[in-house]
Design a protein around this ligand. Structure first.
Ligand SMILES: *Cc1c(COP(=O)(O)O)cnc(C)c1O
Length: 384
């Protein structure tokens, strides 16, 4: 059996090696390292793929979130509601801009932000909601958009984990994750579903004026050479990363499909297991969503409900099976983000999930032998 890896970037590289290598040498020869033609071409190709009017590439996903908030003109003291159960980058940029983060609980079956918790947290100072499409599936965007409309709030999608996922609205229409709210942010960190070979990120919007504002902001607030109209940042995607992403973008749907196939095999092996809860898809297709594409399985995350999660992590490590706990500590209990406003009773689900979740190896190169070995090892240990 091949060595099992949490992510396998080399396998993907082998398939696009010739294209990537020749693009990189072309860029080295041209010396157009920043804002070269590759970046522009990638931007256009991603706009077409997502069905969104504007893609603004930038240096990483954290910057993408920060710049999205700057572009919307959020001011110190504005309250921004987001999920307690996510990667820290989401709340980090809110705090960094001196906005007020308002962390709320998530739902146990989808791991995504809880709509009733958002509703309870809205005050006259609330300006935005940041749904995180955690592990590769959209938050409940129907409900979030209608809450946002009712209370006049911006919706900023943290789409770092769900690029390529489709959200199916209640009326049956579909839209790509990240293109649904006022603005979306994504990351091209190497292990993300569309990963570069270094850092990268992008901001998406259908709003022409916002796109214009953001295009200047990523480049020192400059709209005309050496005229700095607003305080901006330096956040650019470099040409080499853009060339790598251009080679991968046409394969993104196939990558997502391979991840879904692996997820389906995992979930069918775990079905009927009393102490193992498999990830749920909102469309009720249980990962068999070749037509709706609702989940792109950035992570395949189980809940272990008999208290053996930590022991299972140890056991899998001993057996040579990598795994991860995303995330082990709720953000409201992280030193940087503790706040007297938070009460433990308001976070029952996050507090439970941090003790139960475990993410198994998930990438496009997993084979049946590896999946069988992983599922058998997990099932045997959980029932022993
Ligand atoms: C990875 C990630 C980010 C940050 O992306 P970087 O490119 O690493 O800065 C933000 N939010 C979520 C949910 C992520 O998973």
């Amino acid at each position: 059996m091949k060595k099992i890896q949490m992510v396998d970037l080399n396998g993907q590289y082998q398939e696009i090696k010739d294209q990537v290598n020749s693009s990189i040498s072309r860029i080295l020869e041209s010396a157009a390292f920043i804002n070269g033609p590759e970046v522009h071409a990638f931007q256009k190709e991603l706009e077409t793929y997502l069905g969104v009017k504007h893609v603004i590439p930038c240096a990483n996903g954290t910057d993408a979130l920060q710049i999205a908030m700057m572009g919307l003109g959020l001011r110190p003291g504005d309250e921004v509601i987001t999920a307690d159960f996510t990667f820290a980058a989401t709340v980090e940029v809110i705090a960094l801009l001196q906005l007020t983060p308002v962390l709320v609980d998530v739902t146990a079956d989808t791991f995504n932000i809880d709509i009733s918790a958002i509703e309870k947290a809205i005050t006259p100072r609330t300006k935005a909601i940041v749904p995180v499409h955690l592990f590769g599936q959209c938050a409940d965007m129907d409900a979030i958009l209608s809450l946002a409309e009712k209370h006049n709030l911006y919706v900023i999608e943290d789409n770092a984990q769900a690029i390529g996922a489709n959200h199916t609205f209640k009326d049956g229409s579909k839209q790509k994750a990240g293109s649904i709210g006022h603005v979306g942010a994504t990351s091209f960190f190497p292990s993300k579903n569309l990963g570069a070979y270094g850092d990268g990120g992008a901001i998406f919007t259908n709003d022409d004026a916002l796109a214009h504002t953001i295009r200047g902001m990523v480049n020192h607030g400059m709209y005309e050479r050496y005229h700095h109209d607003v305080v901006g940042v330096n956040s650019r995607l470099d040409s080499i990363q853009a060339a790598i992403l251009r080679a991968k973008l046409p394969k993104l749907d196939e990558y997502c499909h391979k991840r879904r196939q692996a997820a389906r095999k995992y979930s069918s092996a775990f079905s009927g297991q009393e102490h193992i809860v498999v990830p749920k898809t909102v469309n009720g297709c249980d990962g068999i969503c070749d037509t709706c594409d609702c989940h792109v399985f950035h992570q395949y995350t189980l809940r272990i409900t008999n208290g053996k999660r930590d022991d299972l992590v140890q056991h899998l490590n001993d057996m040579g099976i990598p795994c991860g706990v995303y995330y082990p500590i709720p953000l409201h209990r992280q030193k940087a983000y503790v706040d007297e406003r938070y009460r433990e009773v308001d976070f029952p689900v996050t507090n439970q999930l941090v003790k139960e979740v475990i993410s198994l190896p998930m990438h496009t190169e997993l084979d049946d032998e590896q999946i069988d070995f992983i599922t058998n090892t997990v099932i045997h240990f959980i029932n022993s």
